[in-house]
Unconditional design. Structure first.
Length: 272
């Protein structure tokens, strides 16, 4: 799976290129972006506008228009609403980005080359992972995207540190074709790849051993990961050995029970 994900990261990032199409209305505008505003049949209101450091730009009739932190679509809607208020009747407005600023993101955790990376234009989780050489063999399936509420461009944000909105991204879902889960990242974000939690399967299975744990994995799925029950094994009397408050606890298990980090699933021998 790891080699497939690496290939997926490289292919998708190559296909996307360094910058998004100019009609990407979900791109979040920032300082130094240059916008092209087009108002249908109004050439005096159309042109190129550079977003200043305070996130605004000067526009005819409307004065300072806020763009920083808004999507391209939202900027277009704001201009349309402003012009419709006493200037034009039903104005048709489009906004495109003709020059993208560079944005910095951090890629940390279980990646081959952690660090700070500069990405141009609208970037996604896979773009960032590709820059960092993809995930390591010890990486988990879930990736955390941390959007800090206060910009700290020189420091990464880690889970449990600082005030940040955390978005969970499943690489498994992206692998399965749910490309909408390849979410956009913003300037100053940190992409954190945790080490995979692990579980153990012992007893009458084809490939006993230690395996990376996925979210909401059931006992049945865990046993399937270990190659399934062998000819001498039984799906009855399954046990989970779990450490609870530093004490070993043996639990009768059902196939639908959820596996927890560190669990050992014991598959017994079939009774003759």
């Amino acid at each position: 799976m790891k080699s497939f994900l690496l290939l997926l990261v490289l292919v998708l990032s190559s296909a996307q290129g360094p910058a998004p199409p100019k009609h990407d209305i979900n791109y979040v505008v920032g300082p130094a972006d240059i916008l092209r505003v087009t108002v249908f049949n109004e050439p005096q209101l159309s042109g190129h506008f550079r977003v200043e450091n305070d996130g605004t730009f000067s526009y005819p009739f409307l004065g300072r228009v806020t763009a920083g932190g808004l999507t391209v679509g939202s900027v277009g809607a704001a201009i349309r609403m402003g012009l419709a208020t006493g200037y034009l009747r039903d104005p048709q407005v489009t906004v495109e980005v003709v020059e993208f600023r560079s944005q910095s993101v951090f890629v940390m955790g279980e990646v081959r080359t952690p660090g700070k990376y500069v990405l141009s234009g609208s970037a996604t989780v896979l773009d960032a992972l590709a820059q960092a050489g993809s995930t390591t063999g010890a990486a988990g399936i879930d990736v955390l995207v941390l959007h800090p509420k206060q910009q700290q461009s020189n420091l990464p944000t880690f889970p449990g540190q600082g005030d940040a909105e955390i978005e969970h991204v499943s690489l498994r879902e992206i692998e399965e074709g749910k490309l909408s889960r390849n979410v956009a990242i913003r300037d100053g974000d940190t992409i954190f790849v945790p080490k995979a939690d692990r579980f153990f399967v012992i007893g009458m299975v084809r490939n006993a051993g230690s395996f990376p744990l996925e979210r909401n994995m059931t006992v049945l799925q865990a046993i399937s990961t270990a190659g399934g029950i062998s000819e001498r094994g039984s799906n009855r009397r399954l046990k989970i050995v779990r450490i609870v408050q530093n004490k070993r606890k043996e639990i009768d298990a059902k196939p639908t029970d959820i596996v927890q980090p560190g669990d050992t699933i014991v598959v017994p021998q079939r009774l003759l």
